[in-house]
Design a protein around this ligand. Structure first.
Ligand code: NAI
Ligand code: MG
Length: 393
């Protein structure tokens, strides 16, 4: 296997802590790669007026594979206030660099596996008879990553042509008397090609990894056009996968069933907003932010990242106490993506073994609040958790 080049984008806060930990695990499993550091995040907004510098985009365009830690983003007025004085009032507007990457490289397939590790004290438990049971959750959410409500086609006080265009729809009549400044519109745009692609990827994944069902989770009974298109594409694609059942759920009911029978679900597929919601819901059943990994995959470029943010309150803690597992699992998804299945499996098995043994747990796994005292209370540091995983390898 040729040596890979990975663009390493730690970003801000704990992104800078967890990404090097994932690289240590990748080294330990024998994955041969060069890591090229790339700038991204708040510091570059402050100093350059761009949280996603062009040089970072160029590195990704060249090398195709990226690991991303996390970034800090702040509201508009705060972003403007922190911008370097020499850049102020020059028209710079802050935009999220990770959203920027997804759009620039059309990383339209977001995958979020939510699997419980046996022995994780954060696993969801359910009442059964006089006791409790712990269902083994193994759900993988495919979220369309570039369209829908996140396409950001929206207005408050929409311009006149928009308003008149909308008024060609009879259902717009009830808003006729609302003043422009009192009217906010966020559009939910789905395109058939993108719906088709996310559903196809979901089915292909189900086949590759042996899942028996794909659930399209939308709301076609109410949001008839967009959810209806996703559902229609799912029905069409399902015909090519006779061994895999297509199930259909509505997002609201799905969230209710989450705590009733989460173990029933295999692969799920949704548009952008509902995919975000349902994947956070499942992630909560398997340990939350310290465990939630994700992949953003386009036709050409792919970026792998934990779901969590930069957790600024832990940024300066030394030694660091945050859980590196979400980042390490994201690195495993990169290995899956490039066909290094065996190495990915070995890392996941090592994580399973550490969790099952229970001797090394970060503060989040102990359900205590994170503070400089966490380690004195028995929590492992970030490094100790990584070391334990490496030792099992
Ligand atoms: P966050 O995910 O950074 O942290 C929320 C809380 O979750 C933390 O205070 C901590 O208690 C816990 N947590 C997060 N990661 C953890 C880990 N690896 N181990 C143990 N505990 C962990 O979300 P928050 O506080 O809402 O946002 C902080 C900053 O991150 C903001 O600037 C936000 O915009 C940004 N953000 C960036 C994301 C990204 O880079 N993709 C995603 C979410 C938020
Ligand atoms: Mg989210």
């Amino acid at each position: 296997m040729n040596k890979r080049t990975i663009v390493s984008m730690p970003g801000d806060g704990i992104g800078k802590v967890v990404l090097p930990e994932a690289q240590r695990v990748l080294d330990a499993v024998g994955f041969e790669a060069d890591y090229i550091h790339a700038d991204i995040g708040w510091d570059f907004w402050i100093s350059e007026g761009n949280a996603l510098p062009e040089r970072t985009v160029e590195l990704l365009a060249k090398h195709k594979l990226g690991l991303f830690g996390a970034i800090t983003s702040k509201p508009k007025d705060q972003a403007a206030a922190e911008l370097s004085p020499k850049l102020r009032d020059k028209g710079y507007v802050y935009t999220s660099p990770i959203v920027g990457l997804r759009q620039h490289f059309d990383l339209d397939i977001c995958i979020r596996p939510c699997r419980s590790f046996s022995g994780n004290p954060l696993n969801f438990i359910r009442r059964k008879g006089d006791g409790f049971e712990e269902p083994a959750v193994n759900a993988v959410i495919f979220r369309q990553n570039t369209e829908g409500l996140y396409a950001a086609v929206e207005w408050t006080d929409p311009p006149e042509p928009v308003r008149s265009a909308l008024e060609t729809h009879p259902k717009m009549a009830r808003f006729k008397s609302v003043l422009g400044e009192d009217l906010a519109i966020s559009t939910r745009i789905f395109s058939r090609g993108a719906c088709r692609r996310i559903v196809q990827e979901a089915f292909a994944y189900a086949r590759r990894f042996g899942y028996r069902s794909v659930t399209v989770c939308e709301k076609p009974n109410v949001i008839r056009e967009t959810s209806g298109m996703m559902r229609g594409e799912a029905q069409a694609v399902a015909k090519d996968y006779p061994g895999i059942e297509l199930w259909e759920t509505n997002i609201d009911a799905q969230m209710m069933w989450l705590t009733k029978n989460p173990e029933t679900y295999g692969v799920l597929v949704s548009g952008n907003m509902f995919g975000d919601i349902v994947s956070d819901g499942f992630a909560g059943l398997v340990g939350g932010l310290g465990f939630a990994c994700s992949a953003n995959i386009g036709r050409d470029v792919a970026v792998f990242e934990p779901t969590h943010g930069s957790a600024p309150k832990y940024e300066k803690l030394s030694p660091s106490i945050v859980n590196p597992i979400a980042m390490v699992l994201s690195a495993c998804m990169m290995l899956d993506h490039i066909g290094e299945d065996e190495k990915a499996k070995r890392i996941r098995d090592a994580i399973s073994a550490v969790i099952a043994e229970g001797a090394v747990r970060t503060y989040d796994m102990m359900r205590i609040s994170g503070s400089p005292e966490s380690i004195g209370r028995g929590a492992a540091s970030t490094t100790q958790m990584t070391d334990a995983i490496i030792e099992k390898l």
